[in-house]
Design a binder for this molecule. Structure first.
Ligand code: FES
Ligand SMILES: [Fe+2]
Length: 465
């Protein structure tokens, strides 16, 4: 979509009152739309396990009204919400030992949509042989319920990343966050790495006292980074490498984060401690699941282990429905005025309009990642991208699906007689190469290999200190 003509004079608002349309190809997800059909080729979380109790849960995903439930045999079902008989919502259904019973005339549906009972119909009714209720395959994993909403014949394996179990003893805790905006705004926000140095380091909350400022900032993101973006997985995703000099001027922090299409990210340490880690892994895995074109739910797992949170700052008890422990209060639970005084991601993203108008943007160099993401995603939606290896999962227990997400501190002093950003990024790119070369090693072996290579790179963390 061509960019609209920008305002080019002082007091020029009069010349910029027309609002172009949104980019439907990238943002609309209803059945039959290009992005909607592309999205449906992947597994997505659709609710938290905790939401499935003794009554069904009405959910809306990809613009479809559904109901999720766990029957009394412990199996999860994701069914079209309105009963196949005469349309009563199954959110008022009665959960059965096997399946769910519509409250109106008692039809019972199994989790695959098979009709098990029709109390007011003859036992030999042809309906048993000819009709199924609409159902989607679903399973539970570490507190999330996943469903596949695409063509049955196209169903992929669930992508088993080694980060889900690494390092040993990692605990995954499920959460969700609800944003009143299009999914793409939330997804591309991660490729927009520069915002972390501004929105999340207190630059925009100058008027607050130090304690409040600390509670709404991440601490680790002080200082503008130097950033490199590139495509990964044959164009089915994007990653970036960012470098920031530590205050000691002896070390610097290399952070890399991967985004996998259509809507999955995994990012590393969430606190200032990430700046002193040596090749630490994923702290958060998150899917950006469209409710409809104007709302998104961020479902994910917080990873609790000593590697990504050595100081124990995370709190698993604050992760759950529309709640996560870091950046607390930025997910819509605050008053409007509090959001104005200390805005976070929720305020920044949901106020870009419910679907951001790309044609009105004036992008700069710092938006390179966002624009690269949109271009790659468009190619994937159009089918111009090779098949995604993540769609095949990790078959046969082979530990091959790992991410480029990591945090590493490098022990090389600040360059005083030249471009320190260039120096740092030269190391950042070497780390990326090391990770790529170790791509097919099993997780634990790869970690040891990468750490050994890092020691060769900078002589080890104690060198020169
Ligand atoms: S409307 Fe559901 S059984 Fe009749
Ligand atoms: Fe953010």
């Amino acid at each position: 979509m061509p960019a609209a003509k920008p305002v080019q004079m002082p007091y020029g608002a009069y010349h910029r009152t027309d609002i172009p349309g949104h980019d439907a190809e990238l943002t609309e997800i209803q059945p039959g739309s290009p992005m909607g059909e592309y999205m449906r080729r992947f597994w997505h979380p659709v609710c938290l396990s905790d939401q499935l109790a003794d009554v069904p849960q009405a959910i809306r995903i990809l613009g479809e009204d559904l109901v999720a439930f766990r029957d009394r045999s412990g199996r999860v079902g994701v069914l079209q919400r309105h009963c196949s008989h005469r349309g009563t919502s199954l959110e008022y259904g009665i959960i059965q030992p096997k399946g769910i019973r519509c409250c109106y005339h008692g039809w019972v549906y199994d989790i695959d949509g098979t009709i098990l009972e029709m109390p007011a119909e003859p036992k030999n009714s042809r309906i048993y042989q000819t009709i199924y209720h609409g159902a989607y395959p679903a399973f539970e994993r570490s507190g999330l319920v996943f469903a596949y909403m695409g063509e049955p014949e196209q169903r992929p394996e669930f992508p088993e990343y080694d980060s889900f179990t690494r390092p040993q003893g990692t605990k995954l805790v499920a959460f969700s966050n609800i944003y009143p905006c299009n999914f793409l705004q939330a997804f591309e926000n991660v490729a927009d790495h520069f915002h972390t140095a501004i929105l999340h380091n207190g630059m925009t909350v100058e008027s607050l006292d130090e304690a409040t400022k600390k509670s709404i900032t991440l601490g680790g993101f002080v200082g503008l980074p130097t950033v490199h973006w590139e495509a990964v997985r044959d164009g089915n995703g994007i990653m970036f490498v960012s470098c920031r000099r530590n205050p000691d001027n002896q070390t610097f922090w290399v952070r890399s984060i991967e985004l996998s299409f259509p809507n999955f990210i995994q990012f590393g340490g969430l606190y200032a401690s990430a700046r002193r880690q040596r090749h630490s892994t994923v702290a958060l895995s998150r899917w950006h699941v469209p409710v409809d074109n104007h709302n998104v739910i961020l479902f994910g797992w917080r990873h609790f282990n000593d590697e990504v949170d050595p100081d124990g700052e995370g709190d698993e008890n604050r992760c759950g429905y529309d709640s996560i422990d870091f950046l607390e209060g930025q997910t819509g639970g605050r008053s409007y005025e509090d959001g104005q005084r200390a805005p976070g991601d929720w305020e920044a993203l949901s106020s870009q309009r419910s679907i951001a108008i790309h044609a009105l943007e004036n992008p700069g160099c710092s938006d390179t990642g966002v624009y690269m993401l949109r271009q790659l995603l468009r190619e994937a939606v159009r089918g111009n991208t090779p098949a995604d290896s993540t769609r095949e999962g990790a078959k046969g227990g082979k530990d091959t699906l790992h991410v480029y997400t990591q945090d590493t501190v490098i022990n090389v002093p600040k360059r005083l007689d030249g471009d320190d950003e260039e120096l740092m990024m030269s190391y950042g790119l070497k780390i990326l190469e090391i990770m790529k070369e170790a791509n097919n090693m099993p997780g634990a072996q790869r970690d040891a290999h990468v750490r050994a290579c890092l020691d060769k790179l900078d002589g080890g963390l104690l060198a020169g200190c």
